[in-house]
Design a protein around this ligand. Structure first.
Ligand code: CU
Length: 97
């Protein structure tokens, strides 16, 4: 994470990929699934301070919108495709929180 944005804001992943967010700024950020004001409940990092990191494994094919709870202008999306035999959606199989 840069000062007040997700870099890169959009990523394409394969099912099973692991993503690590790192707060490289002096501000407190989160990476929270959903859209500002509407968390989806799949995952939330909680507050990340400078040097803090959060790792999440994307196990289901889906488009994951996410945002920062402290800065509503910070949004991003993970497009997860690839060889999923289970289809998208649902709330199972996540390793979140
Ligand atoms: Cu933030």
């Amino acid at each position: 994470m840069q000062l007040s944005s997700f870099q890169p804001p959009a990523l394409s992943l394969a099912v099973g990929d692991t993503v690590r967010w790192a707060d490289g700024s002096s501000m407190i950020h989160t990476t929270t699934s959903g859209t500002p004001g509407n968390p989806s409940g799949i995952r939330s990092s909680g507050d990340l301070y400078n040097g803090g990191t959060f790792t999440f494994v994307f196990k289901t094919s889906w488009n994951y919108s996410y945002y920062c709870m402290n800065h509503s202008s910070m949004t991003g999306i993970m497009t997860v495709g690839g060889e999923s035999s289970t289809g998208g959606g649902g709330g199972t199989g996540y390793s979140g929180y």
